[in-house]
Write a protein that binds this ligand. Structure first.
Ligand code: PMP
Ligand code: GLN
Length: 443
């Protein structure tokens, strides 16, 4: 079983930028020595590889197992092959196709009441990932501290470390996983440069409230910090969520300090297209562009053109998609409850969290290894999405497993069937690695 040590090297103690980056995202091979560190693929790729190797149902990496709406795929295909729609196979402008910038701006106006000049307040990126990287590299000063709620998306840690800054995590605690803004405030020091926010949140499914966002903006303004708000799941809020998605840019005064990041991949179930955008004041967007234009310069115009049409008229896709996701979430949550994994009440996004401490004293890392290898289901230990070198092995976040519900419902049902049939025997074959009294670790 490939167990990961709970303590990792401090990224900033490593002098090579690539090693710092890898350590920041928990992708230094724990089996390699610090003198000669080696890089492993991201937790998402490792999980998908494990699923393939073991013939497991992949409830790990967050991608739908459908292809996105046919009409959208046809629009992109036509943009490539039909010159009538304009040249779509040479470089797009660095800021993105004007059609897409206009569509993002109109959608923000319609949905959030936020006014953005498409000329200079919307910048198209190669996936949200590039928007996140460019923003962090633009504002995380070397030697500074960057605050985020954890668990957090893996690329944040990588980019913060590459920038030569230190990531400081403020845990989201179950069962509700609401952001503790007082704890965030307490973590601010004179070295803090940025706050990274993600709403709706991966992996907890928490939708931040207007008041939580208002307080975070207030802190950033008071301490002159920049905010990167990752809103890639903005279209994936389920119908029973207590709160609607609010963009950080709706908060009065946010535009002085914050940019918001979006993703067509998540919005339209075309994760391979890698079209995203960063929005905010002309001044901040120009600063982020300073970095972005030397990461990829620009990305595929045919995909951008199709996404622009989709944002202008989604032909009912967004509503149908969230209904599908909700059925998947309910199916998965009911099954996990029956298995004793006490899932959280995910309100948005692709994921639900199971807590292994009710059925085993194994860590989530060891649990996931057994799950893939012996049960035939791949899932992700949430500890991979934390600042692991700081985390205690008994911490609650070390006990959580992320399961994706953005999968075909028959696939989810088969994953649950395997768990019901095989999990008890698989777990009984592996003695707990910790005393039960240490296992839960809830405060
Ligand atoms: N942020 C979060 C929270 C994500 O889950 C993902 C994965 N879609 C991304 C960013 C990256 O988005 P993209 O695929 O558009 O680069
Ligand atoms: N966003 C996806 C997830 O959280 C994975 C993206 C990736 O593989 N980099 O599963």
């Amino acid at each position: 079983m490939s167990s990961h040590p709970s303590r990792r090297p401090d990224p900033l103690a490593l002098d090579q930028p690539w090693a710092r980056t890898a350590a920041g995202a928990n992708t230094l091979d724990p089996a390699s020595s610090l003198a000669a560190p080696r890089v492993v693929p991201t937790i998402y790729e490792r999980t998908t590889a494990a699923a393939i190797a073991h013939g497991a149902i992949n409830l790990g990496q967050g991608f739908p197992d459908t292809e996105g709406p046919d009409w959208l795929l046809e629009l992109a295909a036509r943009a490539i092959t039909d010159p009538g729609s304009g040249p779509r196979n040479q470089y797009a402008p660095g800021m993105g196709l004007p059609e897409l910038r206009a569509a993002v701006s109109s959608a923000q106006q319609r949905r959030q009441g936020v006014t953005l000049d498409p000329e200079n307040q919307v910048m198209v990126t190669t996936g949200a990932t590039e928007g996140i990287s460019a923003t962090i590299l633009a504002f995380a000063r070397p030697g500074s501290e960057v605050l985020t709620f954890e668990p957090h998306y893996d690329s944040y840690g990588a980019c913060v470390a590459l920038a030569g800054a230190r990531m400081v995590g403020v845990p989201l605690r179950g069962p509700a996983f609401r952001p503790d803004v007082d704890a965030l405030e307490a973590a601010i020091t004179e070295r803090t440069s940025m706050i990274l926010v993600n709403t709706p949140h991966n992996p907890t499914g928490t939708v931040f409230s207007a008041e939580e966002l208002r307080r975070i903006v207030e802190l950033a303004r008071k301490h002159d910090l920049r905010i990167m708000c990752d809103e890639v799941y903005e279209r994936l809020v389920l119908s029973d969520a207590a709160l609607p998605h609010r963009s950080i840019l709706t908060v009065p005064g946010a535009q002085d300090v914050a940019v918001a990041v979006g993703s067509a991949g998540k919005s339209f179930s075309v994760t391979g297209w890698k079209v995203g955008w960063v929005t905010g004041s002309a001044e901040l967007i120009s600063q982020v562009r300073g970095v972005k234009q030397f990461l990829s310069f620009s990305s595929g115009p045919a995909f951008q053109w199709a996404v622009a049409q989709g944002l202008d008229d989604d032909r009912g896709f967004f509503a149908a998609n969230t209904t599908e996701l909700e059925v998947g979430r309910d199916l998965l949550s009911t099954g996990l409850t029956e298995l004793g994994l006490a899932p959280n009440a995910a309100e948005a996004g692709y994921f639900v969290l199971g807590d292994v401490s009710g059925i085993t004293s194994l860590s989530a890392v060891d649990f996931c290894a057994i799950l893939a290898e012996e049960v035939g289901v791949a899932a992700i230990p949430v500890s991979a999405l934390t600042i692991q070198h700081r985390a205690e092995p008994t911490d609650e976040l070390q006990r959580l497993v992320r399961f994706a519900f953005c999968k075909d419902h028959a696939t989810i049902a088969e994953g649950l069937r395997r768990m019901r049939e095989r999990l008890p025997a698989a777990l009984s074959g592996h003695p707990p690695s910790l005393e039960p009294s240490l296992a839960v670790g809830r405060p």
